[in-house]
Design a protein. Sequence first.
Lengths: 98, 241
Amino acid sequence: MSAGGDHIVSPKIYVTIWLILLAFTGITVWAAFQSFGIFNPIIALAIACTKATLVILFFMHVKYSPRMIALVIGCGLFFLSILMVLTCADYISRAWVS
Amino acid sequence: MSDSQTTTLQAAHQHHDPSLLVQFDTAFQQKDASQFGMWVFLITEIMFFGGLFGAYLIYRNLYNPAWVAASSSIDISLGAINTAVLICSSLTMAMGVHSAALGARKLLVFWLVATLALGSVFLGIKAVEYHQKYVEHHIPGANFDFNYDRVEKGEKPIPADVATQTSIFFALYFAMTGMHALHMIIGVGILIFLIYRAYNGAYPPHHYTMVENFGLYWHFVDIIWIFLFPLLYLVSRSPVH
């Protein structure tokens, strides 16, 4: 766990992250109206993941928190990936056998 | 543990600050444990929403044309404005936690009130969107009819089978945005409580874990929306599918 003490994050960092998040929101709306074919949903999800990572690291202080917190989040995402990957492995492969 | 350490701990507990619970050695340990618990709760929330996202993924693959038609009928500008409103409320919440850490009571109250105001704006816009869907007969149930007013609006009606499948999209749309809105409503309730307590000086510096943990919850709800927005509003807006 941490050695203790509150890490005070500068408001400048918060404002920078906020501006980046707003810019990404604009970019994702713009990208949705373009024809990138199969890449449309990939771009949309990549932007959403980037935004979520920024919120987790800076607004939620994970960058400055004990490593244990990052481990908990990693475990959660791992279980989420089991849910998604195994479900898709079932549903997508059903079409191959029929 | 050596005897001298035990004695030190006992001495610490004899003169300890009443906010330090007996099972913790230090205030920092107490705070770390509390934050850890909050994160474990948020992980259960990720799994809860994960089930909805999983259902979404399966049906999007099965009924893609219905997804494209239904998603395009949702008001993209209201959704984008709401995304921006939530991102702003995350900033005001982060600033609130920052003010609490500095012990600035009035600023903390100000930022919490700002977060409350932005959260309420989000819910208000969401209500307008739900009302639009009600008027258009896009709420799954007995009166559901995707093509209800499409001709009047100059849009081509879609084939009947695809129109039926859009009700699955809307069922997920209302389940996902509805659960998200419920989290927002709970958040707004807790915020009112926090504002009242913060105004009365209940969160001095080094003792504002409640504000910090609520901040984690609020940012988490923001993250859910960050995923809901592209998945529900932006399925396929490009002219060529």
